[in-house]
Design a protein around this ligand. Structure first.
Ligand SMILES: Cc1ncc(COP(=O)(O)O)c(C=O)c1O
Length: 458
């Protein structure tokens, strides 16, 4: 079992959670059409649906909210956020946005034209969708190790540099308005990217005059993984590592709902002045004036404080050990997870846990439902419900390579005993795994069906 530093905070404000009875859980499941997204939050005991915007703010962040300056233009809150953004990320220009996908939308509107390609290690689904919405073609070129759940590679989020070079040669640099990297790689299990790889990616893009943008939602977790795992970085601070990371890039977009530990917020940064002018015009149209970008002044202040708190090494040591601890306890119960544990979430290998349920009967959904039934815990299916689709030519269903249940850990929110409860619940499910049955759709929309689909047990 990994050593687990105690939570580096004490609890000043509490929010009650309640464990409703098994009968009430069964009724809640039925009413929700066995879709965990439709279960009311008050009927959930431990909510691991996402780590986005669900963290606990510190007393300094709550104090900062009171300093919020709600002036429409040039607010003091903006000036404080600007100082933090310049200090940590070092880009020449930036705008706030209300969340990550808003920043992606503005970036795509300004830079992506129909038929252009945007390579990355792996695009997160909102980035992918925003590029596609402008007629662009997002392309994922992560290393092959990312697709092997048992492979313990320390930087499974790395870009495959040979694939990237071959891709640019094949497509032509003129068809690539910018290239990206997602740190850490959420779509690939919250896996980090090494500094060595980031440097190679930057060199490759720049040798073809392609601007390099980072999707920086989990920049601090990535920096701490580099400190722990990459030679030469053990004595550097996470702030120094973050500065080095962003010095390689020409810009970044970021959901601040992750490592800036705020409930809402985002950032878009860049060095190019013309791009900045166009971004500001688009922002005014869609989000708000460039000094508030769709946020309240108080949100900007909370973000300015959170950007530093996310980099605190005592916090990061606790945070990354939390996922490693939960993964180790779940493995002890006989359930394999993606190795090594990612930064923000534990991903359960469902095909190894429920091998008797074929992918067409949604084993990931079955395990997600079971986790709620057994312990009122909410996780997120990342498998056939989310990704299976018919082949456009043959009509045959194409199933994803991995069938996963993701347990995302909100920041500074749950204690070790909550995680023990999750692991013990899963151990009980594992004992009766052979009895668990699959599901079929009773309703499924064409796109993003996992949010609103309804099911029936088989
Ligand atoms: C890597 C990554 N990029 C972008 C986003 C989108 O951010 P938001 O949910 O704030 O729109 C997310 C959200 O989960 C993410 O994980």
């Amino acid at each position: 079992m990994p050593t687990y530093p105690p939570e580096p905070f004490r609890i000043k404000v509490t929010e009650p959670i309640r464990l409703i009875s098994p009968d009430k859980r069964e009724a809640a499941l039925k009413e929700a059409g066995y879709n965990i997204f439709a279960v009311k939050a008050e009927d959930i005991f431990i909510d691991l649906l996402t780590d986005s915007g669900t963290g606990a703010m510190s007393h300094d962040q709550w104090a900062a909210l009171m300093r919020g300056d709600e002036s429409y233009a040039g607010a003091r809150s903006y000036i404080r956020l600007k100082a933090a953004v310049e200090d940590i990320f070092g880009f020449k220009y930036f705008v706030p946005a209300h969340q990550g996908r808003a920043a992606e939308n503005i970036l795509s509107a300004v830079l992506v034209r129909p038929g252009q390609y945007i390579p990355s290690n792996m695009h997160f689904d909102t980035t992918d969708a925003n590029i596609r919405a402008r007629g662009g073609r997002p392309t994922n070129l992560v290393i092959d190790e990312a697709f092997d759940p048992a492979n313990p590679h320390p930087f499974k989020g790395n870009m495959d540099i040979a694939k990237l070079k071959a891709f640019i040669e094949k497509i032509g640099a003129e068809k690539i308005p910018f290239g990206m990297m997602t740190i850490t790689n959420n779509a690939g299990g919250g896996q980090p990217v090494s500094m060595e790889n980031l440097k190679e990616v930057a060199d490759t893009y720049h040798s073809y005059d392609i601007p390099f943008f980072i999707d920086a939602a989990r920049y601090a977790e990535n920096a701490y993984f580099i400190k722990l795992r990459e030679k030469g970085y053990e004595n550097k601070s996470t702030l120094e590592i973050a500065r080095e990371t962003f010095s390689l890039a020409d810009g970044m977009c970021m959901s601040a709902k992750k490592d800036a530990i705020v409930n809402i917020g985002g950032l878009l940064c860049m060095n190019d002045e013309t791009v900045f002018q166009n971004v500001k015009n688009e922002l005014i149209l869609r989000e708000g004036f460039p000094t508030y970008g769709g946020l309240a002044g108080r949100d900007l202040d909370a973000m300015a404080v959170g950007l530093y708190e996310g980099l605190d090494e005592a916090y990061l040591a606790y945070r990354l050990n939390q996922t490693a601890y939960l993964a180790a306890r779940i493995n002890q119960a006989g359930i394999p997870t993606i190795q090594p544990a990612g930064g923000h979430a534990v991903y359960l290998d469902v095909l190894a846990t429920l091998p008797h349920i074929p992918q067409g009967e949604f084993p990931g959904q079955a395990l997600t439902v079971e986790l709620y039934r057994e312990g009122a815990i909410r996780g997120c299916e990342i498998g056939s419900v989310m990704f299976a689709h018919p082949d456009p030519e043959t009509g045959r269903m194409i199933y994803p390579q991995l069938e996963l249940l993701r347990l995302a850990i909100p920041r500074r929110t749950y204690t070790q005993s909550h995680l023990d409860y999750v692991a013990e619940t899963l151990a009980r499910i594992k004992e009766r795994a052979a009895e668990i049955r699959g599901y079929k759709f009773t309703y499924a929309p064409e796109l993003l069906r996992h949010f609103t689909a309804r099911f029936e047990p088989l």
